[in-house]
Design a protein around this ligand. Structure first.
Ligand SMILES: [Zn+2]
Ligand SMILES: [Zn+2]
Ligand SMILES: [Zn+2]
Length: 976
């Protein structure tokens, strides 16, 4: 090279160069990348690349195909995507088949409302037409949800999701009902279930929510009809009343008994001519409440058992009310706490009950505990309330009245009759319908049930040691265990994350009543049962049900409505009871939770790429009552096993103050908007940055922090990529032993972070993945390593081995960042991957996680920890010098550092590296008591590298540069 033409020094500096832009522009680049993946058929490529590998199955809990997705739905799917992608990158064959829950009340209601707007009624249409409209509605909703999920970067079999309304799925649902019948779990009976009087249907446990509700709280006296002397001689000849307390006066017309606890002590106290019986502990409280004097005169005390089977009279109806003993009675008020199963709900409830008498009004048609004790005492399951929640003609004075409207009238009526001692308004948590938000009632109607404790109609009662008391034997060929016992055993062997899940699920199953699976609706899978038109015998025969299921498979569940019974039954089917051949069809459909519970069988067992059971289920905490629950029962009925090995629960999405998000409250974060503003990556990174085992907070401010974090991660990758632009790994890589020590240190740090990330992915702790990668990027890389190697990368001759050493490290770092970020930042990781100088596969999503090196780096860490401690002190001293205007850039500084002994020898050993580590022009190490002195660097500023040197100007060829740059320029010239 001739020195005659002036050399453009800037051109000899290796400035970073990459197509990986600083500004991500995600709202545009993400759709383009999705398009590219689509053309590539990325999902198939991944599956093919994992063929024959060990399977990992995450089974998708189907979202309801009704509304658009919100932040919570997005978060749920993104967490699933994290799991599927991370297991894929661990090397598993992890297919993901998304699903949709398509049947059920919310869609029926939606369609009904749409019809109303057009001035039509549901009853104007045939069932087939109504179902067709419901089906279309679900199809549209799931199409739009699919579009949104894909936009979020969720990868899966979107062209073939499972739909609970598909022919095959409907057939499998019917077959699973046959299986429950076959194993003896199904019965039809009248027992109280949650009932919505607005929607006129039974509701599942999972379909009620608890809200504050004001009810009348009443104390009512029931006259004792039996001889009071049977209780205690002191009561002989007295006018005795048992006092009860209730918050549902409307259930009093259905009262058939009063329950007391066998082990509590009861007391009879005088007031005027009358004597009242309440629990001994509550005498003062009740007397005070009812205005019966400050010091009640107790004339007898006796155990609850003394009252067993005596008779009281209904307060106004000419009918006895049987006294019974039961363990469910408490002193804390709402003993018949409408079978609330959720632990936290139950705790909330117990806190607000301070009322009660210890004698519980019992209406077997209107309460779970009432039903159980009523059955035991042979009471009728009496329910004089119709589907619309109105009293039947059986109830004099109140016929036709809505039960909630009747409450006040009944209170007034009792007051007039003199049977009411006290009433007031009472605030308590009360079950409401999840759809229409109205308070529900407990009501006994004929329903189909799946028994928790019975098999083939036989109650499997336990004695005190937990042994079966009936003659049910476990070693029959198809002996089915009682569902509750089997479920409780399975719950113990499932891995619950977080660990409290096991208690929650155990409590759920300990307390749950029989599963009411019938619904009085039409948009669902019909219960494939026939009734003999002559003798009304019900045919619930597995063979017949499977025959019907085959028709569903061909024609969909609509067949139940488009065919006569005779066309659905096997040819020539006759009634076993009376040999008649005329049949009617059951009109109820199955609970949607039965539908979705079947998914493990209908999907996992029926698709070749999947397998039963699943490795993992992950959903929100509401699914302990819902999908986790029904899936477990289906798994037991099908294969005596839980359909999952691990169940993960995620929290809710809340605003920054911890409140639920509502569009109307203005605090909702809409995924759509965020995607338009800053891309799906922002939502994905937010999901990873929060600990999803707790509730997840979201707000504009929080999202802004996430966007900032994204930019830092992006810049880290960009620095690495920019400095690799002419690096050919095959040609230029430096072997580890030949690398500069700090480059080896950076790789050792990478190894450490990879091990941490691997552990976090393994444990589904994505927030720990995020924190490890974020800290590595911002602290280890940006603030330390990159700062230090900049001079080497920019000013050394391009092919200088020391520069190649840094590039070798940068390539491994960029490659590892792309792979470890891939499950989370799906778009950005692939973009990093594309900009690497070499790739083994065309998309990072086909690649596997990098493996951490096995060798120990303890010595390296020990040395560099010390060096970085000294560096931190030097940086502080430089900052002080800058503030004192002694220096501007750190390259204007010379640092003199003095130390003794080990520190001195360490500094001496690294003396020539220290200027690079501190990013100053000169460092002098001297022996002496520990100190750091900053002075102005000696010599002149090199025009090329901006370092100061006393040797600038030594070269005639390059008069404005330092001796290092002279060497670099000479090297460039000779190697060009
Ligand atoms: Zn309702
Ligand atoms: Zn018959
Ligand atoms: Zn220089």
């Amino acid at each position: 090279m001739s020195t005659e033409t002036p050399l453009d020094l800037k051109k000899t500096v290796n400035l970073p160069k990459t197509n990986f832009a600083q500004k991500a522009n995600l709202s545009l680049s993400e759709p383009a990348r999705l398009q590219k993946w689509n053309e590539l058929n990325l999902y198939r490529l991944i599956c093919q690349s994992r063929a024959g590998r060990e399977k990992f199955i995450l089974h998708d809990g189907p979202p309801y195909a009704n509304a658009d997705i919100h932040l919570g739905t997005a978060m749920n799917k993104i967490l699933k995507d994290f799991i599927v992608r991370s297991r894929t990158m661990m090397g598993f064959d992890a297919p993901y088949v998304p699903g949709y829950d398509c049947h059920g009340l919310p869609i029926e209601q939606h369609v009904e409302r749409a019809l109303e707007k057009k001035g039509k009624k549901k009853s104007d249409l045939s069932v087939e037409t109504f179902r067709r409209i419901c089906r279309e509605h679900a199809e549209n909703a799931l199409k739009s949800q699919t579009r949104d999920f894909k936009r979020l970067g969720i990868l899966g079999e979107w062209d073939n999701p499972y739909l609970t309304m598909s022919n095959h799925y409907e057939a499998e649902t019917a077959r699973m009902f046959a299986r429950f019948v076959e194993r003896g779990y199904v019965y039809k009976g009248a027992r109280p279930v949650y009932w919505c009087i607005k929607d006129q249907t039974a509701l599942a446990e999972a379909e009620v929510e608890y809200h504050q509700h004001t009810s009348p709280s009443v104390y009512v006296k029931f006259p004792l009809l039996s001889d009071p002397a049977l209780i205690d001689p002191a009561l002989a000849g007295r006018s005795v009343f048992v006092l009860i307390w209730t918050t549902t006066p409307w259930t009093l017309p259905a009262n058939l008994g009063i329950a007391v606890h066998p082990d509590f002590e009861y007391a009879a106290f005088e007031h005027g001519d009358e004597v009242y019986i309440v629990a001994n502990e509550l005498v003062e409280v009740v007397a005070a409440k009812c205005g019966l004097g400050p010091t009640p005169n107790v004339i007898a005390r006796f155990p609850g058992t003394k009252l067993d089977r005596l008779e009281a009279g209904h307060p106004w109806i000419d009918r006895p009310s049987l006294l019974m003993v039961g363990d469910h009675v408490t002193l804390g008020g709402e003993a018949d706490a409408e079978t609330e199963l959720d632990v936290s709900e139950a705790q909330k409830k117990s806190a607000d009950s301070k009322a009660g008498t210890g004698a519980v009004h019992t209406a077997p048609g209107h309460g779970h505990d009432d039903f159980v004790i009523g059955k035991r005492y042979g009471l009728e399951i009496y329910c004089p309330v119709d589907n619309a929640g109105k009293f039947t003609p059986d109830v004099a004075h109140f016929t036709g009245l809505n039960v909630f409207a009747a409450n006040d009238q009944i209170v007034d009526f009792m007051r007039e009759r003199g049977v009411l001692l006290f009433s007031e308004k009472y605030e308590h948590r009360y079950p409401h319908c999840w759809r229409c938000k109205n308070p529900v009632i407990f009501r006994a109607t004929p329903q189909w049930f799946i028994a928790m404790d019975q098999v083939h109609g036989e109650l499997v009662e336990k004695d005190e040691d937990g042994r079966d008391r009936t003659n049910f034997t476990q070693n029959e060929t198809d002996a089915a265990p009682p569902l509750r016992d089997a479920a409780l055993a399975q719950i113990e062997r499932v891995n619950w994350i977080p660990a409290w899940g096991v208690d929650r699920m155990r409590n759920m199953f300990k307390g749950r009543p029989d599963w009411c699976v019938s619904r009085q609706r039409v948009w669902g899978v019909s219960i494939p049962v026939f009734y003999c038109a002559k003798c009304t015998e019900a045919v619930a025969d597995p063979a017949v049900i499977n025959h019907v299921a085959d028709i569903f498979e061909r024609e969909s569940g609509d067949a139940w409505y488009t065919h006569d019974a005779s066309e659905l039954l096997p040819p020539g089917y006759v009634c076993k009871g009376c040999s008649a051949t005329e049949w009617t069809k059951e009109t109820d459909i199955l609970d949607v939770w039965f539908d979705s519970g079947v998914s493990s069988i209908a999907v996992l067992e029926n698709r070749q790429e999947l397998r039963w059971p699943a490795d993992v289920y992950i959903e929100g905490g509401d699914q302990f009552r819902g999908w986790f629950n029904s899936s477990l029962m289906v798994g037991i009925a099908a294969h005596d096993r839980a359909p999952y090995d691990t169940v993960i629960t995620h929290g809710w999405t809340l605003d920054a103050q911890g409140r639920a998000m509502h569009k109307s409250a203005g605090n909702a974060i809409e995924p759509d908007k965020v995607i338009k503003q800053s891309g799906a990556e922002t939502i994905r990174l937010w999901c990873a940055s929060s600990n999803y085992f707790d509730d997840m907070r979201g707000s504009d401010e929080i999202l802004q922090r996430v966007t900032d974090a994204y930019r830092k991660l992006r810049n880290t990758a960009r620095f690495a990529l920019g400095n690799l632009h002419e690096f050919d790994p095959g040609r230029d890589s430096v072997s580890e032993v030949e690398m500069e020590e700090i480059d080896r240190w950076a790789l050792a740090e990478l190894d450490r972070v990879l091990a941490k990330v691997a552990r976090a992915y393994e444990a589904y702790e994505f927030h720990n993945v995020y924190h490890a990668l974020y800290n590595f990027s911002t602290v280890t890389l940006s603030a330390r390593y990159f700062d230090i190697i900049k001079d080497r990368l920019y000013t050394f001759a391009p092919r200088n081995k020391a520069r190649r050493s840094a590039q070798t490290a940068l390539l491994r770092i960029a490659d590892a960042l792309a792979r470890t970020l891939a499950p989370i930042l799906v778009f950005t990781a692939d973009e990093i991957w594309e900009n690497l100088p070499a790739r083994e596969v065309q998309s990072v999503h086909i690649a596997e996680f990098p493996k951490a090196g096995a060798q120990s780096h303890d010595d390296l860490f020990a040395t560099w920890t010390l060096l970085f401690e000294i560096r931190d002190e030097v940086l502080r001293a430089l900052e002080e010098a800058r503030v004192a205007k002694q220096i501007g850039s750190s390259l204007e500084a010379k640092v003199t550092i003095s130390a003794f002994r080990e520190t001195l020898s360490l500094l001496r050993k690294y003396e020539k590296d220290l200027r690079y580590i501190f990013i100053v022009s000169q460092v002098e190490v001297v022996e002496g008591s520990q100190s750091i002195t900053v002075s102005r660097a000696e010599g002149a500023k090199c025009e090329r590298c901006w370092n100061y040197s006393t040797r600038v100007g030594e070269s005639e060829a390059y008069p404005t540069v330092c001796e290092r740059c002279v060497a670099a320029l000479t090297e460039i010239e000779t190697t060009d």
